[in-house]
Write a protein that binds this ligand. Structure first.
Ligand code: SME
Length: 162
């Protein structure tokens, strides 16, 4: 059972928006133990609130990233370590903000609509890689340090739950 999402009627900046939704996502995870259900609802909330073109998880399984719950169009299912933005972020265990995906060497184009991207690795407190969260936008230069800050908090939390 999911409670309705509570959103500010007007907000001044992205931080305010993230500060409103993150606690609600954490609550969601506290009330349900099924990982797929929680990852699915997390992508639904992010998509509803942030509205980007594609938002989803790739999970670290058998030494590769495998497509997990997402919101958006058809996506590639398996990404090797070091390949594309997702594989690079996973390999380096660091957040990658790509203002123009067409300039990123080896970018994997799941959709020609995507122009910028942020990939946040899921790293737990034991420094284990659990996957990545990938957000794609039709706009160039969509993502910044504010996204990185809050999505890192979210991904750290999730990495410790899965
Ligand atoms: N663009 C990503 C691949 C995943 S999709 O965009 C959903 C990449 O280069 O890793």
């Amino acid at each position: 059972m999911a409670e309705p999402l509570i959103l500010p009627t007007d907000f001044n900046n992205k931080s305010e928006l993230y500060n409103t939704i993150l606690p609600q996502i954490f609550t969601l995870w506290q009330h349900e133990k099924d990982i797929i259900a929680n990852l699915s609802n997390t992508t639904a909330i992010l998509k509803e609130v942030l509205g980007h073109f594609w938002i989803g998880f790739y999970l670290w399984k058998e030494n590769q990233l495998v497509l997990g719950p997402f919101q958006g169009t058809l996506a590639c299912t398996r990404i090797s370590l070091g390949k594309g933005v997702c594989g690079k972020a996973a390999e380096e265990k660091k957040i990658l903000i790509v203002p123009n995906v067409h300039e990123f060497p080896g970018h994997i184009a799941c959709s020609s609509f995507s122009n910028s991207e942020i990939v946040v690795p899921l790293i737990n407190d034991n420094q284990q890689l659990k996957g990545v969260l990938d957000l794609d936008s039709i706009h160039f230069n969509e993502f910044d340090e504010v996204d990185a800050l809050y999505l890192q908090k979210l991904c750290k939390f999730i990495a410790n739950q899965i």
